[in-house]
Design a protein around this ligand. Sequence first.
Ligand code: FPP
Length: 244
Amino acid sequence: MLDPSKLPRHLAIIMDGNGRWAQEHGLPRVEGHREGAKAVREIVRAARETGLRALTLYAFSAQNWQRPPEEVATLMQLLRDYVVEERSEIMDNDIRLIAIGEVERLPPYAKDPLDALMADSAGNGGMTLCLALSYGGRESIVAAARALAEATARGEINPAQIDEEKFGASLQTGGLPQLDLLVRTSGEERLSNFLLWEAAYAELYFTETYWPAFGKAELYAALESFRGRERRFGRTREQIRSAG
Ligand code: FPP
């Protein structure tokens, strides 16, 4: 159905539009997040079936702490429910769960089951599910720069050794395949501090669909769009075509 050689290895999604979905259905915002959590379950399953190597979901940004406390609490509770209820789905499907961001800021009722499932799934090799939690792209770049500066100050590395490869490996996403496709739902067309370094050569795909309505068919449409793209990485079309 989908040509595996033309699939992105690493897909990332900015799951936007939960609040507007709820508003359009005459529901409180938190109901949009609840439906959004259902969409997460469906898309993780579909991504695994399709054969993606890594799926990164922007579940909570470093800036989302500024939302009303009840909304933050609902999002944390949904995260906890997800990790607790999807444990067997994740383990049975050989999915490795990791998290990026300042995860230590999460409340223990969410962080503890998350830590436990990350530890238990660490040896799984089917697909990596990466949840961005209290995540900011600039913040993660600063953290990597600081870690490299500290290693330099301790004399462990020489500044001349710091190149793109070393810097990229110092990011929390360092162990993931290169980001191939970045999807944003709900019609907004911006990165909102997500995977700023990693998105350098990613294909971008925007859809009007609100996240709670984003299902398998929408995922396939995004993958189909990716399949038709010509990725040149700065080279000419002729160079790409003659390289086969
Ligand atoms: C953006 O919609 C979405 C979020 C800030 C949170 C995303 C969270 C989930 C999809 C559910 C929980 C996650 C997991 C992993 C179980 P918005 O509220 O900004 O929507 P709006 O722009 O329409 O107001």
